[in-house]
Structures are given as C-alpha cells and as structure tokens.
Design a binder for this molecule. Sequence first.
Ligand SMILES: [Mg+2]
Length: 176
Amino acid sequence: MLKKFLPKDYVKSIYEITPELLKERNIKGIITDLDNTLVEWDRPLATPKLTQWFKNMSDHGIHVVIVSNNNEKRVHAFAEPLGIRYIYKAQKPIGKAFRKALAMMDLQKEETVVIGDQLLTDILGGNRSGFHTILVVPVAQTDGWMTRINRSIERKLLKWFDKKGLLHWEGSSSGK
Ligand SMILES: [Mg+2]
C-alpha cells in the first residue's frame, strides 16, 4: 500500500531532468507540478534558468503541461508568459487532471513522466494513474498552508522508505 507513495525516480532539482535522458526512455511529455517543483511556491514568475529549461524541452520536441492544485490566478500568471499549457485546481492525487493533460499532449501515459515535490499529491496521483513518477527536492523549505499538513505525513513516509532502503532522500531526515 505504501509503495503507492514511492517515486520511480528522485532528483535534487528539475534541472537534472534533460531531454536527452527522457528520450533515452522514449519519453515525449512532461506533466509537472508548479509550486516548490519549478519555483518557490511564493515566486510569481519563472526564473531565467527555468525559462531556458522549458525552451530546451520545447526545442527537443518534449511536450510540457503544468498540472497544479493551485488556483487559476496563480497558475495562469505563471504559465501564460512562458506559453506553457496548464491545468489549475487539478485536485491531485485524483487522476482526472493527468488524463486531461495527456489528451492535451496527445500522448500515452507510457510516454509521459509526472514530476512533483509532494508524495501525497504528485507521486501518489502519478503512480495510481500508471505514470513514471519523479520526485524532486522542494525548491523552498516553506509551503503554503494547505501543504504543511501533507508534509508531516510525507516526512514519516520518507523516513520509512529510507529505513527500508527504498529511497535515500536527503530531505528525509531534515527538520521542518
Ligand atoms: Mg508542489
């Protein structure tokens, strides 16, 4: 049961995820979380480095859709200047938004990865829907109020995975 929370891969940041690595696995699309995955939850716009990451994906023909549980105002203001498609109020871990994102990209789930910083929403949702999931270390140490509750459960899961040798997570032993 707890394995549903276990990501298939984990990286320190999205910048470790490159078009070359994705192509090796025949991945053509990315469904990514926004807050604390791409930028800090309270940073309104993309950084130049992130803008370049999106451009690099696009240059290699990798589709990207931002799937966020946050509201329309936040997600639109962030994604629109980048020209990246998005789904807001996604209600992850419910799978509906992931299916919608697949349809937007016209891809199969086997060709798509789900990236996010939270086990209880991004990873659980992606796993249950049958995607290859990639956990990233949260960009910021702080969270919006909704997320704080999930984080306490998440810390217990990460510790358990660490103990079982399933996932050595550098954030798993840190406080907060
Ligand atoms: Mg997040």
